[in-house]
Design a protein around this ligand. Structure first.
Ligand code: NAG
Ligand code: NAG
Ligand code: NAG
Ligand code: NAG
Length: 956
């Protein structure tokens, strides 16, 4: 991070955590979302959600947008989302493992304009509070598992433009307003009613439609609606797509339907409609008319059929249609498909000579046609089961066979072809793009709910769609190379097309790009060519992200400063030379690695790392040796992991156990830093600090060997995972041990060390429940020139982090004191510092009443602390913890003061603070059996992250 960036970051982010002892409420809200979700982006471990978390956008320090489509998120939606009160955009589409109900508190997001949850698995009823989102413009809850009724309160969303609830299990009537209750009829600005594929029942209220509405798409297909089509439908002059097919509608089709002169697609099929067909004269935009499977009373083919000048598709199977087909019907210029199966069409079929040159299917099976006047028309015609095909001279004609032509079964074989290039042979899972580059495409299905065409074999429509998609991606600054479509398929209701989107100039997208592409499609920012009609995209999860180390830049401040200060080419040349020599030697060394036995020779040969490390007590291990002790670093020996790499348990030949931390490639430091680190660690010896046993620096591997602490982390004990019950006395003892370890680091180590990441996963417990502080990975020497130095990167863990340090970037011992204060509160409550959006420090401060028993904190305490017995010294302990988390570092005690105070409390509580393991072990009889329970209980929280540079900040 350059100085400029740093200054910039300082200016921009200082206000974020500006409230000392309270974190930004938005961050707490995000933390609760994160808590409830699996598979959040790896960047969600960074300290500053606004600048570093993928999918999050902020204005100032407030979160305004969350876009996480196709992320593979798993879990439920926390009610704490309500804390994000400035949120405008929420898109969680295409995360099919997001489940559970929508929390009613979502109604508190008063600024929300877009709520998009397409293709998740949310269930339960849609909360009525959704009607409080008064700024909402775009509401897409389609393709989930919502049940129950449509909340009438949706009628209050006066700004709503898009309402999509299709493809759920919604039931009950369509709500309309009635005196005091709201209803969908009030949505005068809404253009889209998408309610298909639900279980809505009851009659469609007359009141639903009015001439004041601006609806263009009304989709109620595939429900259980009964009654008549309301005549008020004819008042909505703006309508373009109307689908009421696949319901149980009865009665006459309203005669004013032909007032809807903008309608392109009209689907009334699969109902129980009856009576005469209304005249559709004047519906000059009508392209797709499907009235199949009703019982109309039409003994004569209506003459207005031939006046529908835009018609591409006429579907009237099984409708009772009778009479002779007029020859001019086939002259409609755009006509592609005429399906009049199973009717009483009679007389002669004459297609004429001026028939539409788009005509590709005429299906007249099961009619009463007696003669076919053969002309030039040579595309698909089906007359099977008509009298004309029963005659011996014509019965063998091809039109008398039931075609198995692809056109009539609703599929086509379109696939985007290469753009004048030869497809590449790609490694597994990669696909050759239309521009013949191998990449991992983002995929999904585009579903068109009412296309105006029926000829699926027309390649030019797909080309047009491809071009529009590509242009749309590019005009939104998305680096897309090309898009490919394939496998168009007309199922019973919709037209589906496979979509592949290829990245430009790289072989994969990153998470930000995926969520933006997903958003472009989920938010309907992309408009397909008009003939495709309304669409919905069903995105797949994208799994091909680069496996990036969560590791930010290494803290190579010293090297950075040298380079910066010298800024001369000569230094660079020198460094390059050294690097070359280093590489050469590395190679040679690898060739003779078997000979190597002396680490210090090894170290000598490495110019960059300088002289062999000056160690106190720690020893060198060979890689082979360590491999042997850990059964070749087998998974069974793995006892923990973190951003830096993994921790293994090793068995020394003496039977002694060790913990070996093995850095992953990304976490490795330069030889010099590694050396500094082990020199430092080897000097630190205290019974409350996990001590370094040795190291290994060989074959490009960096390993640190620690003493093995058998009872796992404090967090495991607090969470109940380890099976150790911590009563009040034990908790005091643990806090004392931790405080002593820290006091040693601050005041006795030479040079002094600031830990920088005190938390319950970094405190380990031994057989006698002595606390041992681990993880000096973030440790900072308080060196000569370091004292006033701005550290280049704030490190720590959200929840434990000292807000003053975050703001000032000025690191002092008092930051550890703050974290220790948080840890003290964690010790009595067994709650994580930030849990369900609540910050422990604030919760304690809020609840605390000085003159009451236990300061009124009973409700917050961990029950296993033993509330039945008197917690002697409890109030003094809380006083101390709260002094540690004072806003100003200068108001906090030093660690040695903390030690003294805890000792006082313990004496008050009747415990001898200086009692050593022998006596304590007697009183902790159930603990001194390390072998009696498997170690460690929980891999994830076990964190020995020691001397490797830290991975990014881990929020808890
Ligand atoms: C048809 O629309 C016109 C306005 O374009 C309106 O005056 C007329 O009343 C409507 N007819 C019916 C039957 O709704
Ligand atoms: C066709 O059917 C109609 C009744 O649906 C009848 O009036 C007409 O005469 C029939 N025409 C022929 C040629 O059979
Ligand atoms: C159908 O007829 C057109 C001319 O009207 C001709 O170009 C085309 O090749 C014919 N197709 C077949 C399959 O015979
Ligand atoms: C993702 O890719 C875009 C380019 O499309 C780039 O600008 C952005 O920085 C990348 N984000 C991350 C986190 O790498």
């Amino acid at each position: 991070m350059g100085q400029k960036t740093l200054v910039f970051l300082l200016l921009v982010f200082m206000p974020i955590l500006a409230m000392a002892t309270t974190y930004n409420p938005d961050f707490l809200g995000l933390m609760s979302l994160k808590d409830d979700w699996k598979n959040t982006p790896p960047s969600w471990t960074a300290l500053d959600p606004c600048s570093e978390w993928e999918g999050i956008e902020c204005t100032g320090s407030r979160v305004t947008s969350i876009k996480l489509s196709s992320m593979g998120l798993e879990g439920t939606m926390s009610g704490e989302i309500q804390t994000l009160s400035e949120l405008q955009m929420l898109d969680l589409s295409y995360n099919k493992d997001l489940t559970g109900e929508l929390p009613p508190s979502i109604g508190n997001l008063k600024k929300l304009t877009n709520l998009i949850l397409v293709g998740c698995s949310f269930s339960g009823t849609i909360p009525d509070t959704i009607g409080s989102l008064e700024q909402l413009v775009f509401l897409s809850l389609n393709s989930n598992k919502f049940s129950g009724r449509i909340p009438p309160s949706i009628g209050n969303l006066s700004k709503l433009y898009w309402l999509d609830m299709a493809d759920n299990n919604l039931e009950g009537p369509i709500p309309v307003s009635n005196g005091s209750t709201s209803g969908l009829d009030m949505l005068l600005h809404t253009k889209h009613f998408h309610f298909g594929k639900n279980k809505l029942s009851g009659e469609i209220p007359e009141k639903l439609f009015s001439s004041s509405m601006k609806l263009i798409h009304v989709l109620f297909e595939s429900n259980e609606l009964t009654g008549k089509i309301p005549s008020t439908l004819g008042l909505v002059q703006t309508l373009e797509v109307v689908r009421f097919d696949r319901n149980n509608l009865v009665g006459k089709v309203p005669s004013n339907l032909n007032n809807l002169t903008s309608v392109n697609e009209l689907y009334l099929s699969n109902n129980k409609l009856s009576g005469p067909l209304p005249s559709m004269t004047g519906m000059n935009s009508l392209a797709y008319l499907d009235m199949s499977n009703n019982s109309f009373d039409v003994s004569k083919i209506p003459t207005w059929f031939s006046t529908l000048t835009s018609l591409t598709t006429l579907m009237m199977e099984s409708t009772g249609l009778g009479g002779e087909l007029p020859v001019d019907l086939f002259s409609l210029p755009s006509l592609q498909t005429v399906v009049l199966k199973n009717n009483q069409v009679n007389g002669t079929l004459d297609i004429g000579t001026t028939y539409s040159n788009h005509l590709q299917l005429i299906d007249l099976q099961y009619n009463s046609i007696t003669e076919y006047k053969k002309g030039l028309y040579n595309d698909t015609l089906i007359l099977a089961n008509n009298p004309v095909c029963l005659e011996t001279d014509t019965g063998t004609e091809s039109y008398c066979k039931v075609s198995t032509d692809s056109q009539s079964d609703g599929t086509s074989t379109y696939t985007t072809l290469p753009n004048n290039c030869v497809p590449s042979t790609c490694s597994p899972n990669q696909i050759s793009s239309p521009n013949c580059r191998c990449a991992y495409p983002y995929t999904g299905i585009l579903e068109f709910r009412a296309p105006s065409f029926s000829d699926l074999g027309n390649k030019s429509i797909y080309k047009e769609l491809e071009n529009k998609l590509l242009t749309s991606f590019q005009s939104h600054q998305l680096l897309v190379d090309s898009v490919a479509l394939s496998n168009p398929k007309k199922g019973s209701i919709y037209l589906d097309l496979n979509l592949e989107v290829f990245p430009y100039s790289r072989n994969r997208f990153n998470r930000t790009e995926i969520s933006e592409i997903g958003f472009l499609l989920s938010n309907q920012t992309f408009k397909p060519p008009k003939s495709f009609g309304p669409f919905v995209f069903h995105g797949d999860e994208y799994e091909n992200y680069q496996v990036i180390s969560t590791e930010p830049k290494k803290s190579k401040s010293s090297i950075g400063i040298i380079i910066g200060a010298a800024a001369g080419g000569s230094v660079l040349v020198l460094l390059l030379l050294l690097a070359g020599v280093y590489a050469f030697r590395q190679k040679r060394r690898a060739e003779r690695s078997s000979e190597i036995s002396n680490p210090f020779v090894h170290w000598d040969s490495n110019k960059i790392s300088g002289d062999a490390p000056q160690l106190k007590g720690a020893r060198w291990f060979s890689y082979e040796e360590l491999a042997r002790y850990t059964n070749n670093f087998s998974a069974a020996n793995e006892i923990g992991s973190g951003g830096y790499g993994k921790v293994y348990r090793g068995n020394l030949p003496t039977g002694e156990l060790i913990a070996i931390k093995k850095a992953e490639k990304e976490s490795k430091q330069g030889g010099l830093e590694f050396k500094t680190e082990i020199e430092l660690l080897s000097r630190v010896h205290h019974k409350n600090l996990v001590s370094l046993v040795g190291f290994c620096f060989e074959r490009g591997e960096q390993l640190l060997i620690y003493e093995y602490v058998p009872n796992g982390t404090l967090k495991d004990s607090l969470s109940g995972k380890s099976g150790i019950r911590l009563d009040w006395m034990r908790r005091l003892k643990v806090s004392l041990g931790t405080a002593k370890g820290l006091a040693y680091l601050h005041e006795l180590a030479n040079p002094p060390i600031i830990h920088r990441d005190i938390k319950s996963t970094n405190v380990l417990l031994d057989d006698h429940l002595n606390a041992k502080v681990a993880d000096f990975g973030l440790s900072k020497l308080i060196g000569e020139d370091d004292k006033d130095h701005i550290t280049t990167q704030v490190k720590g863990t959200m929840g434990y982090l000292d807000p003053e340090y975050y703001m000032s970037q000025q690191l002092t011992e008092k930051s550890d004191v703050y974290s220790f204060g948080v840890l003290m509160l964690e010790l009595i409550t067994a709650r994580r510092p930030i849990e369900k959006g609540k910050y422990i420090v604030r919760e304690v401060q809020k609840t605390l009443v000085k003159n009451q028993d236990l300061y009124n904190l009973q409700g917050l305490l961990d029950p296993s602390i033993g509330l039945a017995t008197k917690l002697r010294g409890f109030e003094k302990y809380v006083d101390l913890a709260l002094r540690c988390v004072e806003e100003a570092g200068s108001d906090r005690p030093t660690m040695s003061e903390v030690v003294k105070e805890i000792e006082n409390i313990m004496e008050l509580a009747g415990l001898n603070p200086n009692a050593e393991s022998a006596s304590t072990s007697a009183s902790y009889e159930d603990v001194s059996k390390p072998t009696s329970y498997p170690y460690p209980p929980n891999k994830e929280t076990f964190d020995y992250s020691g001397a490797f540079p830290p991975s990014k900040i881990e929020p808890q």
